[in-house]
Every structure is written in C-alpha cells, then in structure tokens.
Ligand binder design. Structure first.
Ligand code: NDP
Length: 284
C-alpha cells in the first residue's frame, strides 16, 4: 500500500482563499480583522515565524502589526502592553510569540491575554472550554491537524488514536480534540516503555516528538493514518519530520509530509481564529 499524501500547503491555500472572501464580507460590514503580534527579543527563528504570520494575514486581508520589544523588557512592561491591547477595540487577536526571555514567566503572560482575543488558544479559559467541548479558540496546530483529517473524511469516531508527545501546545490538546471526536486516545511520551506496543495498534498516529525520523514503518500497523508534526533541521539545512516518510508511506493509508504538512496549517488556523475573534468582538 502506498499512502495518500495530505498536502497541508494545498489545503491551507484552499482555506485561505475561502477566508479571503470572508474577510471581504466582514470588511464590508465595517469590521477590519486585526492581529497584533508581540515579539520580545531577537531570536531569528521567532522573527521568521512572526514575519510568516504577518505575510499570511496580508494574503487574506487581515490587518496585522508586529510590536518588537528588546530582550531586556520586563514582565511588568509586557503585562502593561497586553493590558493596553486587551482594551483596544481595534485589536481582535493578540499573539505573544513564544518562547519569551527567561526572566519573563510565560504563563503569567498567557493568562494576561483576554481569552476573547487569545487567538493562539493557550489561555486556560480556552483550554478548559476545549476540554469541555465548548466553542472556543482551538490552539492552532491541533486545530490544523483535525482540519486535515476532516478534509479527507478520515473517520475518528471509534478509532484508536495514539499521540506521541504530551506538550501543552501540541500533544495534549490534539489528544483532547480526538477524544471530542469520539476516538479512543492513548498518550505516549519519553517515559513510555516499548513505544511500538502502542503505535502498532494505532489507527491514527500523531507524532509530535521533535526527533528526526524517529518513527518508521516498523512502528505502524497497515493502513494507519500518520500525522507528522515534527520540524527538525538536519545538519545540511534541510527540514524533516519525526517520521521516516519514505518507509512509513509504504504502510500507511494517509500521511502528512514535512515540509508542506502540518506547518502551513498552523498559521492558517491562526488566521481563522483571528477572523472569529473579530466577528465575536463586533457582536459584543
Ligand atoms: P516538546 O519538546 O514540548 O514535546 C516533545 C514531546 O515528545 C514530549 O512530550 C516528550 O516527552 C516526547 N518525547 C521526547 N522524546 C521521546 C521519545 N524518545 N519517545 C516518546 N516520546 C518522546 O515539543 P512540541 O510538542 O512543542 O513539538 C514537537 C515537535 O513538533 C517539534 O519538532 C516542533 O518543532 C514541532 N512543532 C511543529 C509545529 C507545526 O506547526 N508543524 C507546531 C509546534 C511544534 P516528555 O513529556 O516525557 O518529555
């Protein structure tokens, strides 16, 4: 069996063109969706991520602004800025690029953002709403993964989904979303002995570990759906996922590549959340 490839770049392009039309519609009603991204420090990877977010916003007609602050910004100063953005009715989405410099407590910053503007979906209120199956801002990578599965009508209900990784931004929330879709969910992590015992029984396998080519065909059951979240840069500069794509695609039924997989979907869901925030705020 050779797997069908779920191309995240193509799906993202389709979704963005739908969103462009939606933004045109809401602009006609006088709402200009606006995203403010706050970047503290000069980490080159973070800079490139925020520039990607600005570019993608522009593509669909979302107005955006990047506020760049020096590394020595204090937590108090950052909290003051967030408070100002919370009160600004022209700002619909607030995203503080992580990681923050060590002297700033990330959780304090996440919790300071108005949950109604938390387009990253990291605020505990939004996580709680997700856990209880309420309408909310879903965190972007898990939201993108579920959207990819739905785009191919892949059945989740009654299936065994195995998640490798339990981070707050990927592993835990994607498992919760799969549970909300009535999958039976198993979480694996670095303390899980004999990973294969679990992965071999996975109908849907989500790999979010951060280790290049960690999972190959030997870990899969025939026909598994494999979602590779990992982004790893090899010594020669190329990007690769956590899954050995060449071998896994011969056993899986569906597989996501890296690049052009989950990555482009993450930014796209951020745009979707920003439009949702803009419409939600206008309704208040
Ligand atoms: P974290 O480092 O926060 O989490 C990694 C998880 O993998 C942890 O739960 C860890 O277990 C687990 N793990 C580590 N080693 C093993 C192992 N040998 N066997 C089983 N589990 C293991 O990473 P993130 O969740 O933030 O990101 C994961 C990957 O996804 C990274 O490559 C990241 O770059 C990428 N990523 C991609 C995104 C996209 O848009 N495509 C968005 C976000 C992340 P433990 O908890 O026990 O330490």
């Amino acid at each position: 069996m050779t797997a069908e490839i779920i191309n995240g770049k193509e799906l993202a392009a389709e979704l963005k063109s739908e969103m462009k039309e939606e933004v045109e519609r809401v602009r006609k009603q006088g709402i200009v969706p606006h995203l403010t991204v706050v970047l503290v420090g000069d980490d080159p990877a973070s800079k490139s991520y925020v520039n990607g977010k600005k570019k993608a916003s522009k593509e669909v007609g979302i107005s955006s602004q990047i506020i760049e602050l020096p590394t020595f910004t204090t937590e108090k100063e950052l909290l003051k800025l967030i408070n100002k953005l919370n009160l600004d009715r022209d700002v619909h989405g607030i995203l503080v690029q992580l990681p923050l410099p060590e002297h700033i407590k990330e959780q304090s910053i996440i919790e300071a953002i108005d949950p109604a503007k938390d387009v990253d979906g990291f605020h505990p209120v939004n996580i709680g709403r997700m856990m209880t199956g309420k309408d909310t801002f879903l965190s972007c990578t898990p939201y993108g993964i579920i959207t990819m599965l739905k785009s191919r009508n892949i059945q989740m209900e009654g299936k065994h989904a195995v998640i490798i990784g339990r981070s707050n931004i990927v592993g835990k929330p994607v498992g919760q979303l799969l549970l909300n879709e009535n999958a039976t969910v198993t979480y694996c992590h670095s303390k899980t002995p004999d990973l294969k015992t679990y992965t071999k029984n996975a109908d849907i396998l989500i790999v979010a570990v951060g280790k290049a080519n960690k999972i190959d065909a030997d870990y899969l059951q025939d026909g598994a759906v494999v979602i590779d979240v990992g982004i790893n840069r090899l010594a020669d500069g190329t990007l690769t996922g956590d899954v050995d794509f060449a071998s896994a695609k011969e056993r899986a039924s569906y597989i996501t590549p890296v690049p052009k997989g989950v990555g482009p979907m993450t930014i796209t869901m951020l745009l979707k959340n920003t439009i949702k925030a803009a419409i939600g705020l206008a309704d208040k």
